[in-house]
Design a protein around this ligand. Structure first.
Ligand SMILES: [Zn+2]
Length: 1041
């Protein structure tokens, strides 16, 4: 408990009591569960003029509540946050408490963050309405600004300093964007991006965009991709006013530039600020197709967006584990100082591609896996054999253990066992052990899991065509139930329930000629009316089951029942699994908020007036009581709940989904479902869900070497104590984010070792242990930490932290913390790792240079944005989804992939290079595809080529396209095939079947698409990337002075 300071300091890292199922915060008494130390400055707030930017800030902070559409933080409630200072950080009470190299202004920064938040509000409210915002603005003073040269690698830190291009030349259309910097070095060879009205498929992200041959590794800067094309003024589209605007922040970047209106304002060239697509492209160029061998400690893997092949040589593949940094600071003081979270995102069941070696299985028979006597870590490459092989020292706790006689082996001259390469557990990062009965419930081998299909047959689901569609599809899907690798048939047993406000169980025993229905109308005391014949083997009962599936739609065809129950349904499924002594999954297909008289009855609590108030968080807090109890029971009975929702109005997703969240399940939502329109999307989701690799009755334990430990866990999990992560089931897409804290000093010599052990029951009913090991570096230099950071993993951590916190804190506080911590991490780098340079320069570590764009996207994500235009259920759903996500998923969600199609190379298999997510990259004559892992949009410009429209939609022109299209017809021509194959390729990479939207430029349907253009100002509030970067830069400067 001693070291809780630093991780608690970023308040997002605190476990919060009160989130059901989570352990109390590590060492943090509930009263501090508020971000006392961060939310500190309410007082600084009420009066307008505290902020520096008078115009913006004053207008913002004095702005009364009425939110405008473009507003980020809409009312004055920020004041209510709390008035505790900034304790943990400043437990070093003032700057002087820090060692000289440290970062003295931390404490006061709380005020400045508050200001920043104000400014953000102000910015959003006023930034676009004022003055000379439209169009490029140039000032001569900007030219005078130093364009930053990447400073020479500082103190062993060859990271890059990027500097802001303060004064790019006026982005006048047609004029080459030459880099201003005289120091820029070699003539830039960047490729112009496709923008304006002539978007092309030319890859944005050629390596050249950082000015020619890089002077030194990592010295990328914000150099302009100088290109032949200019930068047209804002498009005058329907959103032009709010989306392309420039920061109304005079003087943000340049030093000393006047802070008031008056002096010329700068128009920064969007190409000059760090580009995510560029970073992705650079990594692909550098590492695509390469073999990534995991033999080195602390090695930073390729990005999640890069295709590479993993060769396990002693550390877990990055597919299983990714870290926020691969070099931990040696001391907690350093960790506190930089506020970079130390975390790993573990996806224990990640799919291993076919061109990589699947996990080996180790079977020690009755002896079971070999484990350290003291810390119980499993045998792994981090154990050191000594004494001629008779004993080994545990790499985690240093305990000396005897080698069991059956496991003895001689050592070679290097001190390694001679069988090291014959044993996966001695040479690989990931492998499995067959578990013995010791690892089984009641010391009995488990039964294979079961799937129970529970279909709401109330009026709404019948009328939408869902029940008929589903029953018909199940007949096919049941033929393809998942099975153990190598097994001929599936061991999974199946059962069926239908319900509205009462439940109907079906006996589908193979001996029966007809299925039998048993009705339970007393939903208050749920029980399962039959044991024999309820859960059956599909192969044996195929004809009875198919008979049942044929009958169900007709049986309820004339139903008038519109009320439903919910928790009794879950309870029934759970009781059935319990009675059958097996784990399993409930597939619940549900239509509406459960209002029938029964346990778990819910009422509409979607009070829109709460949005943007202190109480907004209550909208996302699940109703406790029955739901909480039931979640717990489901976990202890290994009952995973997947919920497919088909609502036509509010259903309290926050509460209903909480059961899925804690049982390792998923929530799918199809609003206003119509079988003809949405059936295909739903069925693709259902197939993916049923067929995906999954383990049941899982417990995960994360062990570490001495000096640090896992303290906090985020995911679709349940925890009844502080160390064991329980999951009724865990599938290949679910990831648990684990945060670490120091207990003591870490050693640069031994590094930091992490072992994740997952005990689970396989789909075939075998009890196994899956082990993932990872070794990280430790350093007493912060530069090493920054050099080894992974932005995508950081974003995953911050998203999950923020989404957990948003049920405990006002959303505004959560957003402030995100802003503050972003600035703090970057300022700390600047202070400690970058070479000296003018404070006016924005200098970002190379590994974090696109962190701001992701953080800004997170800040304006549906869950956090606080807009009355978004449905509460959609926001709650978004929150639940993210909680279980891995790094790939959060990357795609917070920076969607935008791909131009109008001049696609038909001969190439490759998906065209992505463009930055901004309206400026679109063009009237273009066609673009955008995907974020859940949705995929085909955007058609008004002037897109008629030939394209003809080939793809079989109509003569844009004007002939119906606005209601939801699918692409299968036409026999090259363009149509190409487009469909690109979409299919993208969908294949994602965990869900993405819903396709066909969007016509300037049509109403554009709104959800435009929300995805994360570099632009948010439609529902939230800053543009440019504005956000200005804010962050400002905040950094305040922290530094
Ligand atoms: Zn040990």
């Amino acid at each position: 408990m001693s070291q809780q300071g630093y991780v608690a300091t970023p308040p997002l890292s605190q476990a919060q009591p009160g989130v059901s199922g989570y352990p109390p915060a590590f060492g943090v008494p509930p009263s501090q569960a508020h971000f006392g130390h961060y939310g500190s400055t309410p007082q600084s707030h009420p009066s307008p003029p505290t902020a520096v930017f008078k115009s913006a800030a004053s207008s913002g902070s004095s702005m009364p509540a009425p939110p405008g559409p473009g507003q980020f933080v809409t009312n004055g409630l920020h004041n209510g946050v709390s008035a505790h200072g900034f304790p943990p950080l400043t437990s070093a009470p003032s700057g002087s408490a820090y060692p000289p190299t440290s970062y003295p202004r931390l404490a006061p920064s709380s005020a400045s963050t508050q200001q920043l938040a104000n400014q953000m509000s102000a910015m959003q409210m006023s930034g676009y309405g004022h003055g000379p915002l439209q169009g490029p603005q140039l000032t001569t003073s900007s030219v005078a600004q130093p364009i930053s040269q990447p400073p020479p690698p500082a103190s062993g830190c060859p990271l890059t300093a990027q500097a802001p291009q303060m004064g790019p030349p006026p982005p006048v259309s047609g004029q080459p964007l030459m880099s201003q910097s005289p120091q820029m070095g070699p003539p830039p060879m960047g490729v112009s991006s496709a923008m304006g009205t002539t978007a092309t498929a030319s890859p944005m992200g050629m390596p050249g965009s950082f000015s020619g041959p890089l002077p030194s590794p990592g010295s990328s800067g914000f150099q302009q991709p100088p290109g032949p094309q200019g930068f047209p003024p804002q498009q005058a589209g329907p959103y032009a006013g709010q989306m392309g605007g420039q920061p109304g922040f005079p003087g943000v970047f340049p030093p000393g530039a006047a802070q008031m209106a008056g002096p010329p304002q700068k128009k920064l060239d969007p190409d000059s600020i760090p580009s995510t697509t560029q970073v992705i492209e650079d990594d692909q160029v550098k590492r695509r197709g390469q073999v990534y061998a995991t033999n080195l400690r602390g090695q930073v893997p390729p990005l999640v967006t890069t295709d590479f092949v993993v060769q396990d040589q002693g550390n877990a593949s990055p597919r299983f584990m990714r870290c926020t940094t691969y070099s931990f600071p040696c001391t907690s003081d350093l960790a506190k100082q930089c506020q970079v979270p130390l975390a790993t995102v573990i996806k224990p069941f990640a799919v291993v591609p076919k061109n990589e070696t699947p996990l080996y299985t180790v079977d020690h028979g009755e002896a079971g896996p070999i484990r350290c006597n003291r810390c119980k870590a499993y045998m792994c490459p981090f154990m050191h054999f000594i004494d001629g092989g008779r004993r080994y020292q545990c790499g985690f706790c240093n305990c000396i253990n005897e080698v069991p006689p059956f496991y003895f082996q001689h050592l070679d001259h290097m001190g390694r066992r001679v069988d090291v390469y014959q044993r996966p557990e001695l040479s690989l990062g990931s492998y499995e052990f067959i578990a013995t009965l010791e690892y089984c419930k009641d010391k009995k081998p488990p039964n294979p899991p079961a799937f129970i299909f529970m279909i709401d047959v109330s009026y709404s689901n019948i009328k939408s065509g869902l029940v008929r569609l589903l029953c018909s599809e199940l007949k096919t899907l049941l033929e393809r139930l998942p099975r153990e690798e190598g097994a001929e048939t599936s061991a999974v047993r199946v059962g069926f329930v239908t319900y509205n406000k009462i439940l109907h169980f079906y006996n589908v025993k193979s001996a029966l000629a007809q299925p039998q229905m048993m009705v339970v109308s007393d939903v208050a005391e749920m029980f399962v009316p039959l044991l024999d014949g309820f859960l059956v083997n599909f192969q044996e009962s195929r004809s009875v089951i198919n008979n049942l599936l044929d009958q169900i739609p007709d049986m309820f065809a004339d139903t008038g029942e519109s009320e439903t129950v919910f928790t009794p349904v879950v309870q029934a499924g759970m009781e059935a699994l319990k009675a059958a002594e097996c784990s399993g999954k409930l597939f619940i297909f549900h239509s509406s908020i459960p209002t029938a008289e029964a346990p778990g009855k819910l009422k509409n609590r979607d009070d829109r007036k709460l949005i943007n108030t202190e109480k907004e968080k209550t909208l996302f807090q699940p109703v406790k009581g029955v739901y909480e109890e039931l979640s717990k029971e489901c976990v202890s009975n290994s009952c995973c709940v997947d919920l497919f929702l088909f609502p036509s109005q509010y259903t309290d997703v926050a509460t209903m989904g909480s059961i899925c969240l804690h049982t390792g399940g998923s929530v799918y939502k199809y609003s206003n479902f119509q079988a003809q329109v949405d059936g295909d999307h739903f069925l693709r989701d259902l197939r993916k869900d049923m067929e995906k690799p999954i383990g049941f009755d899982a417990t995960m334990r994360v062990r570490t070497s001495t000096g640090f430990r896992a303290t906090d866990f985020f995911g679709a999990i349940y925890m009844s104590n502080t160390t064991d992560v329980e999951m009724a089931a865990v599938d290949c897409h679910k990831a648990v984010t684990v945060e670490f804290k120091h207990d003591d000093k870490l050693s640069e010599d031994t590094g930091a070792l992490i072992q994740c052990a997952l005990l689970y029951t396989s789909i075939g009913g075998q009890r196994r242990l899956r082990i993932h090991n990872l070794s990280l570096n430790c350093s007493s230099q912060l530069a090493d930490l920054y050099k080894s950071c992974e932005t995508d993993a950081l974003v995953n951590f911050f998203a999950k932290s923020a989404y957990r916190e948003m049920v405990n804190q006002p959303l505004k506080t959560v957003r402030e913390i995100l802003v503050r911590q972003t600035a703090h991490m970057l300022a700390c780098y600047r202070k400690n790792c970058a070479s000296p340079s003018a404070v006016s320069q924005l200098i970002l570590p190379d590994t974090m240079k696109v962190l701001p764009v992701y953080m800004n996207s997170l800040l304006k994500s549906a869950a956090l944005v606080g807009s009355a235009d978004l449905s509460t259920d959609d926001r709650a759903h978004h929150r639940l989804l993210v909680t279980g996500m891995g790094v790939e998923e959060t990357q795609a969600l917070f920076y969607p992939r935008l791909v131009p199609l109008h001049n696609i190379d038909m001969s190439s298999e490759a998906v065209p290079a992505a463009l930055r997510c901004s309206e400026e990259r679109l063009s009237d004559a273009g066609v673009f595809l955008l995907e974020n892992g859940f949705q995929i949009f085909l955007w058609l410009g008004q002037a897109c080529p008629p030939e394209f429209i003809q080939s793809v939609f079989n109509v003569p022109s844009f004007a002939h396209l119906s606005p209601d299209m939801t699918s692409i017809p299968e036409l026999d021509n090259a363009m149509s095939k190409k487009l469909r194959s690109v979409i299919e390729h993208m969908s294949g990479q994602r965990s869900q079947a993405m819903k396709l939207f066909i969007v016509k430029q300037k049509d109403r349907s554009e709104v959800p698409f435009r929300q995805q253009l994360v570099e632009d100002k948010g439609l529902h509030g939230g800053a543009s990337y440019m504005d956000f970067l200005c804010c962050i830069h400002r905040e950094i400067r305040q922290l530094l002075t």
